[in-house]
Write a new protein. Structure first.
Length: 199
């Protein structure tokens, strides 16, 4: 059983994660300050460092939540019984929809960097598997000759293609697809990819 001190520490962690998540959702990672987060959480600045090593570690926990929500959104996008091409198309649209609806939290997954020389913990690295885990099964049906590392690498490539279009569009780069066309362009990309994969 947890003692009262452990429960208080866990409650503090949850308040800090909630506060940081709200700040990132509202304004992105730029300008996120420990002092603002702790004020929102109703605790002293020093309390953050009793719950987390630093602000970067707190951001990892926010990103962990976002990854879990993204995984759930991708799972919900797929209708049971669909063929592999339809599943790939549904996953891509689920990804676009999540990024559009949660842009700043989604972007934080890919723009947050730990200080040089500091590696992300294993538990957080493992959570990123959600980005390709659901691609592997339909992709394996489209390319049955691929297995193991080769299948995983191809799934990473397919993810990177879709992610690149979405990231460029939502960050309004000069070569980007217009934001209001990104869903249709991603659909066309996945159709082209799956047509080629099936040949």
């Amino acid at each position: 059983m947890r003692n009262n001190r452990e429960e208080q520490r866990e409650g503090l962690k949850m308040r800090l994660i909630d506060a940081a998540e709200a700040r990132i959702a509202a304004g992105g990672l730029n300008g996120l300050k420990a002092r603002d987060v702790t004020a929102d959480a109703g605790c002293a600045l020093g309390a953050l460092y009793t719950a987390f090593e630093d602000l970067d570690r707190l951001i990892l926990h926010v990103n962990s939540r976002t990854l879990a929500r993204l995984g759930a959104a991708l799972q919900a996008a797929v209708v049971p019984g669909q063929g592999p091409k339809a599943v790939m198309a549904a996953l891509a649209q689920g990804y676009v929809g999540f990024a559009l609806a949660n842009f700043r939290l989604w972007a934080a997954l890919f723009t947050h960097r730990l200080p040089e020389g500091i590696e992300a913990p294993d538990w957080h690295r493992a959570e990123h598997a959600v980005l390709i885990a659901q691609i592997i099964t339909p992709l394996g049906k489209l390319r049955p000759e691929l297995a193991g590392d080769a299948l995983r690498q191809r799934a990473l490539t397919v993810f990177a293609a879709v992610h690149g279009v979405v990231m460029l569009a939502l960050t309004a780069r000069f070569v980007a697809t217009p934001r209001d066309q990104v869903s249709g362009e991603v659909a066309a990309l996945v159709t082209a990819l799956t047509r080629g994969l099936a040949e």
